[in-house]
Design a protein around this ligand. Structure first.
Ligand SMILES: NC(=O)c1ccc[n+]([C@@H]2O[C@H](COP(=O)([O-])OP(=O)(O)OC[C@H]3O[C@@H](n4cnc5c(N)ncnc54)[C@H](OP(=O)(O)O)[C@@H]3O)[C@@H](O)[C@H]2O)c1
Ligand SMILES: *[C@@H]1O[C@H](CO)[C@@H](O)[C@H](O)[C@H]1NC(C)=O
Ligand SMILES: *[C@@H]1O[C@H](CO)[C@@H](O)[C@H](O)[C@H]1NC(C)=O
Length: 368
C-alpha cells in the first residue's frame, strides 16, 4: 500500500491538470459578434454593464425599461463602446414588463427591427428588491416583486421560446439555403440572485420570486432538449430552428442604482447578515457573467461567495466544470462548511433581536 502512494498521488495530479487544461483551452460557447440581443433592464446597473459588454464584443443590442430618458442616455453610453460603430445597431423600447402583452410586443418589434429574424440572445434581467421584514411588508409589495422578478421573466421566456421553437416562425428570412453545419445556439438567460440560494432575514418579499426563476430555468433547461432532439425528424426541405440554451445568472451585491434604492428599506439585521460580502460594480458583474456563459455554464454565480452558495445548493441542477467534477468536489467541501455557517447566521439574527428587539418598521427611522 505504502509503495503505491506516490503513483496514486501522481495520478490524481495528472487528472487534476488535465481537467484544468481542458477548461482552459475550451472554445467560446457564447458567440455574440454580429448577433442580435434583447436585454431587459438595460438602462442602468447590471443590465447597462451587460449591454456595454455586448457592444464591445460586436453585438446589436436592444434594451428595454420603462423610463425613456434613462433609456436614451443608456443607448448613447452603450453605443460609444461599440466594436464596429459603422455596422452595429442599437435601439431601445420603453415597456412595462409586468404585462404579458408588452413582452409579446417587444419580441415582435425586435424581430421587425432585425429584418424579420428573431433576436439570437434574450436576457430577462429587469428586477427589483424592496427588502422588509415579512410582517412589515404589505401583501401588495410582495405581489409586485413577484410580478417583476418572476412573472416578467416568465412572460418573456414564453413569447421568446414560442417564437424560436415554432419551425415556420423561425426559419431565416434572408433566403439563405438550409444550413449545412450546426447553427449557433440561441440563448435565453435570466438574472436571479444569490438570495434565491439562502434564507436571509429581511428578503421574504424578494427571494421567492428569484428562487422560482431558478426552478423555471431548471425545467426549461430540461424541456428544450426535446426540441433539439426532434430537429433530426424535420424533413430536409424545412429549416429546423437552431438549438436553444437556457442559462441563469445569480449575482451577489451590485453597486447599482437599484441597490441604493433597496438599502432604504433594508432592516438592520439584514445588513448584519450581509456584512463583509463582496460587492461588484456593473462592469465587474457583467464580465463575470460573460465568463460563465463563454465557458458554456448553465447556472452562473459571479463571485466566490456566490460560487460557494451555488455548489452547496445544486440538487438536481446541472453541475459546472469539466464533467461537473469541479462543482461536485467543491460542493462536498461546502456541505461541511454549511454545518457551521447556517447555525452562525441563525445566531446572528437571534442575538440582534435580544439586543435591540424586533424594531418593526425600524428602517423608517434610518431612511429620511
Ligand atoms: N443590485 C443588487 O445588489 C442585485 C443583487 C442580485 C441580483 N440583482 C438582480 O439583478 C438585476 C439587475 O439589478 P440592478 O440592481 O443592477 O438593476 P437596477 O439598478 O435596479 O435597474 C433595474 C432595471 O430594470 C428596469 N425595470 C425595473 N422594473 C421594470 C419593469 N416593470 N418594466 C421594465 N423595466 C423595468 C429599470 O428601468 P425602469 O425603472 O426605467 O423601468 C432598470 O433598467 C435585477 O434582476 C436584480 O433583481 C441585483
Ligand atoms: C443539440 O443536439 C446536438 C446533437 O444532435 C448536440 O450536438 C448539441 O450540442 C445540442 N445542442 C444543445 C444546445 O443542447
Ligand atoms: C446603506 O444603508 C446603511 C445604513 O442603513 C449605510 O450605512 C450604508 O452606507 C448604505 N449604503 C449604500 C450603498 O447606500
Amino acid at each position: 500500500m505504502e509503495s503505491l502512494r506516490p503513483y496514486l498521488l501522481s495520478l490524481v495530479l495528472l487528472i487534476a491538470t488535465a481537467v484544468l487544461l481542458m477548461g482552459f483551452f475550451s472554445k467560446n460557447k457564447f458567440v455574440v459578434e454580429g448577433r442580435t440581443v434583447l436585454l431587459t433592464g438595460g438602462s442602468q446597473g447590471m443590465g447597462r454593464g451587460l449591454a456595454k459588454l455586448f457592444a464591445q464584443k460586436g453585438a446589436n443590442v436592444v434594451i428595454v425599461a420603462r423610463d425613456v430618458k434613462k433609456l436614451e442616455a443608456a443607448v448613447e453610453y452603450i453605443q460609444s463602446s461599440a466594436k464596429s460603430p459603422q455596422t452595429q445597431r442599437f435601439h431601445f423600447i420603453s415597456a412595462d414588463l409586468t404585462s404579458s402583452s408588452e413582452n409579446e410586443r417587444i419580441v415582435k418589434e425586435v424581430t421587425e427591427w432585425n429584418n424579420g429574424n428573431p433576436p439570437d440572445i434574450v436576457w430577462a434581467n429587469a428586477g427589483y428588491s424592496k427588502p422588509q421584514l415579512f410582517l412589515d411588508a404589505s401583501i401588495e409589495s410582495m405581489r409586485n416583486q413577484m410580478e417583476t422578478n418572476f412573472w416578467a421573466a416568465t412572460y418573456l421566456a414564453h413569447t421568446t421560446l414560442r417564437t424560436w421553437l415554432t419551425p415556420s416562425a423561425s426559419s431565416p428570412k434572408d433566403g439563405s439555403a438550409v444550413p449545412t453545419k450546426e447553427p449557433l445556439p440561441r440563448h435565453f438567460i435570466m438574472t436571479s440572485s444569490v438570495a434565491a440560494l439562502c434564507g436571509i432575514a429581511g428578503y421574504a418579499p424578494y427571494s421567492p420570486g428569484k428562487a422560482a426563476l431558478r426552478s423555471l430555468a431548471d425545467t426549461l433547461r430540461s424541456e428544450v432538449q426535446l426540441y433539439n432532439g426532434s430537429r433530426h425528424y424535420l424533413s430536409s426541405s424545412s429549416v429546423s430552428p437552431p438549438p436553444v440554451k437556457i442559462h441563469i445568472v445569480l449575482p451577489g451585491t451590485i453597486t447599482s442604482p437599484g441597490y441604493v434604492e433597496e438599502n432604504k428599506t433594508k432592516h438592520p439585521v439584514t445588513h448584519v447578515l450581509e456584512e463583509g460580502d463582496l460587492v461588484q460594480t456593473e462592469d465587474e458583474v457583467a464580465a463575470a457573467a460573460f465568463k460563465g456563459l463563454e465557458a458554456g455554464n448553465y447556472m452562473i454565480t459571479t463571485q466566490f461567495l456566490g460560487h460557494a452558495m451555488r455548489v452547496g445548493m445544486l440538487g438536481g441542477s446541472p453541475r459546472g466544470g469539466v464533467f461537473g467534477i469541479r462543482d461536485l468536489l467543491f460542493g462536498w467541501v461546502i456541505g461541511v462548511a454549511w454545518l457551521f455557517i447556517s447555525p452562525d447566521m441563525e445566531r446572528k439574527v437571534w442575538r440582534w433581536g435580544r439586543k435591540n428587539g424586533v424594531q418593526s418598521g425600524a428602517v423608517k427611522t434610518y431612511s429620511k
